[in-house]
Design a protein around this ligand. Sequence first.
Ligand code: ARG
Length: 488
Amino acid sequence: MSAAAPTSSPHDQLAGKAQAWSALFSEPMSDLVKRYTASVFFDQRLWQADIAGSLAHAEMLAAQGIISGEDHAAIQQGMATITQEIEAGAFDWKLDLEDVHLNIEARLTQLAGDAGKRLHTGRSRNDQVATDVRLWLRGEIDLIDGLLRELQLALVQVAEQNVDTILPGFTHLQVAQPVSFAHHLLAYVEMFVRDEARMRDVRRRVNVLPLGSAALAGTTYPLDRERVARTLAMEGVCQNSLDGVSDRDFAIEFSAAASLVMLHISRLSEELVLWMNQSVGFIRIADRFTTGSSIMPQKKNPDVPELARGKTGRVVGHLMGLITLMKGQPLAYNKDNQEDKEPLFDTVDTLKDTLRIFAEMIGGQMNPATGAKEGGITVNAAAMRAAAMKGYATATDLADYLVKKGLPFRDAHETVAHAVRAAQAQGVDLSELPLATLQGFHPAIAADVFDVLSLEGSLNARKTLGGTAPVQVRAQIARHRQRLAGEE
Ligand code: ARG
């Protein structure tokens, strides 16, 4: 660093001076402190939002007669140049200029002279950064919304092919009752539907304009904040300047919604890993989502679901980080808030990558030649069926059968327990016991009992709304298809 001229302004730095603030400071910032306080190497990803916010602010300043039309034009032109430079990778980001805001403003001043220096009229970096983060996050939420729908589509597609594929449903990870594999997948679709709704709800509170709050108390210039909000397609204006610059609820809410998405993916991952275990063998995922072992030649490890499960911890950790970041802060802006960015950015990156990879791992990739998706999960229906035949998954059906013959449910439950015990002793399924043996447990049992003891009979009988009967599952698939084809 060159020796400091403590009287220089941020804009003068480009002329080779090293102190960012003003005549007030009697010595330059040390290099360590500069590095410690700078955010430019991560917050530069806000550049588009920063320029959009500045352009909206400048347009309003000109409309209100606070800056001249010529200054406005010079700012627009300068920002166009800066946009090109950043897009071309030619922009010289400077650590000395601390953050994305000061970097862009300093370059603007270099390009547009005094017009650049007038841009900050009626504005502070406090309301500027709050605006930038909101604008950026709004765009990311829209991308996440699309990715959540892609994942739902992938699950619905596999569900469509597996309405009649039967696997054992578990409670306590023990065989409980047979269910349709489609029904199982659609349970996850329901979770992602709620996630989508949560994201859209969060978006409404993200999409509110802090700009015009200035440093903390509002400003003496006659700003038209509503105009800026309209220009930026924001739904409202923060109504209290102290809150406007210091509120990070929106980031926490977003992280909470993102954590729930990851949590759902993590549960699905746990099941995928279990289903891929050799002693279960319900599914395979394509080789491109697995890795080998450096020592065991036979291995194909489900790294992607395992990592997604692990990355869930990371995203939930960011949520905890953001909550802790805010809990001790007095009003209004504090530099602590600069620490909101890396967790938020990493949450968005992790979530988007995970959603993309899961949609493809489950649903496959579009083959342009056939127009169909290929390479999604492979289902081993025979293994699922064999597993459903173990563990007396249709015992409840036998009890329900006896209830229909007039027994009180508790008595039926006890009768079936005896039958299961006998079948266990013989190492056979209930459906494999001879009719005469079954009748020994209760005389009301007749030949039609074998209809209810079959896996298909068990499924078909669960016709209540939301149940696993194929007729219900098909109705749910149709509902999801229609929903996903529409805008809503
Ligand atoms: N880089 C800062 C942040 O991310 C910008 C706002 C700085 N404001 C201030 N008064 N130091 O929060």
